[in-house]
Design a protein around this ligand. Structure first.
Ligand code: TYD
Length: 212
């Protein structure tokens, strides 16, 4: 699909601070006069937000791995069709908090469903739309889980099903993210997430400013 816009995704372990970084990047780009669409996965448009509730509800412990991956891609298809593809066609910059790479590392590797399944579903849901640039905010699996659990304890809510997974699951996800960065160095840029928000922001801008 031909698009005139620029598509940037943020990836990283839970609690890596990537959401804050995405908002800061959006504010900077808007201050420069650029039109920016910010979205999130799972979520974005109202229908996809409803799918998000099913996916992250800690009560849904019986959700099977197959149902889980199909729902992540159902949410993504709605986000692509309703928000992302139209914005790219209008020539806007699209920032998305997680995208297909999350399905690759969490479902393809973490759940063991395999990269082939993820690629097949991506072809259906995303219709050729791929991020031009992916910022992988890198934190250690142990720190990530500790931060996510501390956040959940401080602000009790029910969207914790993925944070409830074991440390072994999160280590698999960490390794898969690093394998992805090594396999696609032109697209996937590692950002050091172990430092303060301002330093991370400077590193993100150092990468993004080359492209926009
Ligand atoms: P969220 O509360 O948005 O966490 P974060 O702030 O870390 O992004 O929860 C999203 C969770 O869903 C997160 O644990 C990663 C997981 N996920 C997948 O397993 N597969 C996917 O395709 C996506 C988009 C997210």
């Amino acid at each position: 699909m031909a698009t005139g816009g620029f598509f940037i995704t943020f990836e990283g372990m839970d609690g890596s601070g990537k959401t804050t970084q995405m908002h800061r990047l959006a504010a900077r780009l808007r201050a420069m006069g650029r039109t920016v669409l910010e979205t999130v996965e799972p979520g974005g448009p109202p229908i996809a937000q409803k799918i998000r509730r099913i996916l992250l509800d800690s009560a849904n412990q019986e959700l099977s791995a197959t149902t889980e991956i199909l729902l992540y891609f159902a949410s993504r298809a709605q986000n692509v069709d309703q928000w992302i593809a139209p914005a790219l066609q209008r020539g806007e910059i699209v920032l998305c908090d997680r995208f297909t790479d999350s399905s690759l590392v969490y479902q393809g590797c973490g759940r063991g469903l395999g990269a082939g399944t993820v690629e097949a579903l991506d072809r259906i849901a995303c219709r050729g739309i791929k991020p031009h640039l992916t910022l992988l905010v890198d934190v250690d699996a142990e720190d990530s889980l500790a931060r996510a659990r501390a956040r959940n304890a401080a602000e009790p809510h029910c969207e914790t099903r993925m944070d409830d997974q074991s440390i072994e699951f999160h280590r698999k996800v960490y390794d898969a993210y690093h394998a992805l960065a090594a396999a696609e160095p032109d697209r996937v840029k590692l950002v050091n997430g172990r430092t303060d928000m301002d330093s991370i922001e400077r590193e993100v801008w150092g990468i993004v400013s080359v492209y926009v």
